[in-house]
Design a protein. Structure first.
Length: 262
């Protein structure tokens, strides 16, 4: 029995029976051609074939596909993703935790994706027989979001560290509110001189929030700066956070004014 749910690509369906490749492609939004390629390179193999030799997919393949799509969005190449997923130490639950933490840094515009990841994480914890619908939502949401290349600028160890930070909903809301307030105050101070007391106070607030994210780790700070220095990522950040370009430019002017006096 299949349960249909509404979604941007048509009805979503929870997985509790096998799917031929065409149906699996329609369910997830991944093309048949891509699924063939993943099979050829051993990244995502069907669990079997029908009597007519059609590729068949089920719950485990759905979970693995969600990991592939998300890790690819974070900038990992397919060969690296394959090694990560095939490592016996790979933990789906911890991986989902890490992905949630990174996506929450881009909260604007991706709230539905974060919720899908949380539901998928909960299904891993609670259900021996995995429910497919949360993973379907995570796959589709990740495919449509602006892709910021985290993997190119943060090391696997740094990504794990970010993922292992346990922030409660109240703390997450507090951090988001602090950033939103800062962006608003920077916009209001746009015409202030970079060396002014007002601009320098905003620079200090910015640096405190960045330090809270990096935990005052110089390597993490360099990775974060490298992420934003990348032209493609800068465009993707601007798409996810439209207020960022002007705010960043304001802060850089204030930083240069401060450094000039030292």
């Amino acid at each position: 029995m299949l349960q249909s749910l509404g979604g941007p690509h048509g009805p979503l369906t929870t997985m509790n029976e096998r799917y031929r490749i065409g149906a699996f492609a329609r369910l997830t939004g991944i093309t048949v051609r891509t699924l063939h390629h993943y099979d050829r390179i051993g990244l995502l193999r069907p669990y079997g074939r029908s009597d007519a030799r059609y590729r068949l997919y089920g719950d485990r393949e759905l979970v693995r596909l969600q990991q592939i799509v998300t890790l690819k969005a974070f900038g990992f190449d397919l060969a690296t993703i394959g090694r990560m997923l095939d490592d016996e130490r790979f933990d789906t639950g911890r991986a989902l935790d890490a992905q949630i933490a990174l996506l929450e840094e881009r909260r604007d515009g991706i709230e539905k994706i974060v919720e899908a990841m949380r539901l998928a994480r909960e299904s891993v914890r609670l259900a021996p027989a995995l429910r497919g619908e949360p993973f379907v939502r995570a796959i589709r949401g990740t495919l449509t979001m602006n892709q910021i290349d985290f993997g190119k600028h943060f090391t696997p160890e740094q990504l794990r560290t970010l993922g292992e930070r346990a922030l409660g909903e109240a703390e997450q809301a507090q951090i988001s509110a602090a950033w939103n307030a800062l962006f608003s105050d920077i916009a209001a101070a746009e015409d202030s001189e970079p060396a002014s007391e007002r601009a320098q106070a905003l620079l200090q607030r910015w640096e405190r929030l960045v330090a809270a994210f990096t935990q005052n780790d110089p390597a993490m700070e360099r990775s974060l700066a490298s992420l934003y220095a990348d032209e493609r990522n800068r465009a993707n950040v601007a798409a996810a956070m439209p207020q960022m370009p002007k705010a960043w430019a304001f802060i850089e002017r204030a930083r240069r004014a401060r450094d000039a006096t030292r």
